[in-house]
Design a protein around this ligand. Sequence first.
Ligand SMILES: O=C(O)CCC(=O)C(=O)O
Ligand SMILES: [Fe+2]
Length: 431
Amino acid sequence: MPKGNPKKPPGSKKSALPPKLLSSWGFVIFGACGVALAIVMPHLLKYLFPHPEPKPRVDNGATQQQQQQSSPKAVCAEDGPPEHEMCLAWHKAGYCRAQRRGVSFPSAQQVQEQCARTCGLCPNTKGRNPPKPREDRCSRDNTTAAVPEGELNRLFERIKAEYPEYEPTFLSTSPYVLHLKNFISAEEAAAFQSTCKESFERSLAGDQLNPVRTSFQCWCNFGDCFANPLVHRVTRRINNLTNTPYDNGEDLQVVRYEPGQFYRVHHDQNTAVWAPQGPRVLTFFMYLNDVPSGGETAFPQIPSPSGKGHLIVQPRLGHAILWPSVFDERPMEADERTNHEAMPVHEGVKFGANMWIHQFSFKTPSERGCELTYVNTVGRQPQTREHEALVAGRVPTYEETVRAASQSKSLDPDTLARLDAKFKRGGRDQV
Ligand SMILES: O=C(O)CCC(=O)C(=O)O
Ligand SMILES: [Fe+2]
């Protein structure tokens, strides 16, 4: 008798399976039934005992319940301490949701604790830039015009009165061009240049390579730049000075001119008025170094204060100029008198930085990937289906937009809270 398991004779059906084999088949069948039951059972139970929907997920991926548990009461409380000054930048950089790889500070937990309101972690607050249904993605909040009708001139007068430390001087009052000294420190100017060092590219004008602008530019739209504490501090200082929300400003644009480079006469209002962010209403331009020769900013349609020739501003480290792109009484319409140019640099290199401020939130549609539509490249009329949709429904028409911008100042709760706090501090800003 051979040893081992006897071979099953070919063709034999009822071949006597050895008891050991039988028990393994039984095991397999039993297991399969178990698996099937495990799959079907939850559905069956759900059908038999319907369960409430899971809590909606929000911005940072946590459920509202988790949010409320993790919300630090202090920051959420109405009379609580202010949030960390970096919160807006940290949120924009995505730090509310996840810790950035390779960066130990700030941790996601630290951000969530110190920026609970901005991160949308407090009960009954939406946080900055909350998710929107797809069809509303690119709509505009009509009630937050940065510069309503009749507010532009007042804004310039207020800055002159409130900020003597910058030695504000009107280089022109019709239209306004305001000159400030010591607006940024040498350390801050150096931070702009160093964060941008590897990120300069040939400048664009109206979204295109253009022979009218031969300089280099760096969009400060990456976390290492806009979440750099010195860069953010300057950004917030501009927001406070102009009384406009963080989200209405484009990311800063650092510019660099080598000898011979320039930006010929142009106007900064380049945005279709029906785009979600509305027109650029203000330009805040900072000089980041002294230029040995050339590199002035010139306004060919504005007389110089001395009455001789037109207005020319010398680039000096720390100085800044602010001018409007629209009319006081028609704050959606470009005021061509603020055409300007960057004259060629003759000696040395010129560094500067632009902050363009829009009538409505720029960062929101920008972060949502909406069409931002420049008039120079897409024309003044809507040309694509998406443009038409913006005009037709999701974004107000030109007339509605103008009407909304003309309404008396009505600000969003965050801006109101900020103004309120500023008033309580005696009108001074912290940064
Ligand atoms: O460089 C300057 O002086 C002005 C730059 C400017 O006008 C711009 O970048 O739009
Ligand atoms: Fe410009």
